[in-house]
Design a protein. Structure first.
Length: 460
């Protein structure tokens, strides 16, 4: 059984009346981050006299790593704030990668800072490198706010441990997610010792004001976008489960009704983080893409059962309250820069591609969708896709394994044979990481510029 949500014509009118690609602000943002780091180093330079001995060099290395760690901690939290300008313009997957990378750098700097400062303190007290542990214990007991900092550092180490790839893959998503939220507590606990024991803030009142301003602004963004905005959205739209429909074995669509849903600002290709007020799901928030163009009274997600949360969706009862955060994601028509578009979907990556297939403006022959699945039985939403293709004069292709299990050829050569002018297309790509990487390399080999390959992953 399948369920169809129509409304593609209205959605296409809302999408864009002419092709006006929106450029990502990623490069200016990265430059701004670099300028901020340079300012932090300048703060150290301004407040540092000549360094004459080994102890001074070690202590100043500890000061530098501490200042940079404090600066990056603020960025780590900012990247968790789900600021729309980042989530929708840069892309949620890129912001998530930035967050992971920044977190690794921050933890490395924190470890280096603790070791170098404690080593320097030990040398000042006439001790040796072997006394660093005892010096650390003494400092925690004697210096202001160091107890809080020690707890915060321990939390950062725990978060870093569970974020290591092999460890994270062994953990349930919900466990990892809630452990990760302790980042807020860790940053709060480590902040105070920066102000009370940091030499640069003691001798430079303006630096202390800037530090309070930086952390205060980030805190305000977190409170606004992660607390106030979701509360306002859900109080306004009052979403509930309307129906659950099995599309293919293991894949279900959840229809979600509500009030004035078109005013949520969602676009085809975007996703929300969904929380269902049902037993066993109340405290779980998972990202699922819209699988149809948003309607004023209805949204739809289509999900493959690959974990506890997604498997429970089929058990949802009509009327179940729904809590959503979003919309997020930059895989929208705003990325388009050419008249012709190729959509490539792998597995459940079809959900945002199906919405785009319906809504992207284009004349007959301008839009092509390539759908990769293990078998024809796994081609979820196929009847809907075929209907859309027929109505719009779009091209619909699928690639499935042969009866003996051989995978289809998706290479530069095969793509050029099927789409001779592929280098003149924009390409939207969504699927598992391995599939996405293979297709990306094939597209580049077929002459598609990297700037016209738009892809997003929601595994975060």
């Amino acid at each position: 059984m399948t369920t169809t949500l129509s409304g593609g014509r209205a959605a296409r009118r809302q999408t864009m009346r002419r092709i006006r690609p929106r450029r990502s602000p990623a490069v200016p943002l990265l430059l701004a981050v670099g300028v901020g780091a340079a300012a932090v180093l300048w703060l150290w330079w301004r407040n540092t006299p000549a360094v004459a001995d080994t102890t001074g060099r070690i202590l100043n290395a500890g000061r530098i790593t501490g200042l940079l760690a404090g600066y990056l901690m603020a960025l780590v939290v900012l990247q968790m704030a789900r600021v729309p300008a980042l989530e929708r313009r840069v892309g949620s997957d890129r912001v998530a990668r930035w967050h992971a990378m920044t977190g690794r750098y921050t933890l490395s700097l924190v470890i280096a800072h603790v070791f170098l400062i404690m080593w320097g303190y030990a040398l000042q007290a006439g001790k040796t490198l072997g006394d660093v542990v005892q010096q650390t214990v003494d400092s925690v007991n004697q210096l202001p706010d160091m107890g809080k900092a020690a707890i915060g550092t321990g939390l950062l180490l725990l978060i870093g441990l569970v974020s290591i790839g092999p460890v994270r893959r062994l953990m349930p998503y919900d466990t990892w997610y809630h452990v990760h939220l302790m980042t807020y507590a860790a940053v709060y606990l480590t902040f105070w010792h920066q102000i009370s024991t940091g030499n640069d803030f003691a001798v430079e009142p303006l630096a202390k004001t800037f530090w309070y301003g930086l952390y205060g602004a980030v805190t305000a963004l977190v409170v606004w976008f992660r607390v106030i905005t979701p509360v306002r959205l859900n109080m306004r739209h009052r979403m509930r489960v309307e129906a659950v429909v099995e599309e293919t074995p293991g894949i279900v669509s959840v229809l979600i009704s509500g009030r004035k849903l078109h005013r949520m600002g969602a676009e085809a290709g975007q996703f929300f983080r969904w929380r269902f007020r049902a037993p066993g799901m109340r405290f779980s928030s998972h990202p699922y893409s819209l699988s149809a163009a948003p309607r004023p009274d209805m949204l739809r997600i289509t999900v493959k059962a690959i974990g506890d949360h997604s498997a429970r969706l089929r058990e949802l009862e009509p009327g179940t309250r729904v809590w959503a955060e979003g919309p997020y994601g930059a895989l929208t028509a705003q990325r388009r820069s050419r008249g012709k578009v190729l959509l490539v979907a792998g597995g459940v990556g079809i959900t945002p591609m199906r919405a785009l297939f319906e809504t992207l403006p284009g004349a007959a022959g301008d839009i092509t969708l390539l759908y990769r699945a293990n078998s024809t039985q796994d081609l979820a939403l196929w009847d809907e896709l075929a209907k859309i293709a027929n109505e719009r004069g779009a091209r619909l292709m699928y690639a499935v394994n042969s009866p003996d299990g051989e995978r289809p050829d998706i290479s530069a050569e095969s793509l050029e044979r099927k789409i001779p002018d592929i280098e003149r297309h924009d390409v939207f790509l969504c699927g598992p990481p391995g599939f996405a990487q293979t297709v990306y390399e094939a597209l580049r080999g077929a002459g598609v510029p990297a700037r016209r390959i738009h892809h997003e992953s929601f595994e975060m």
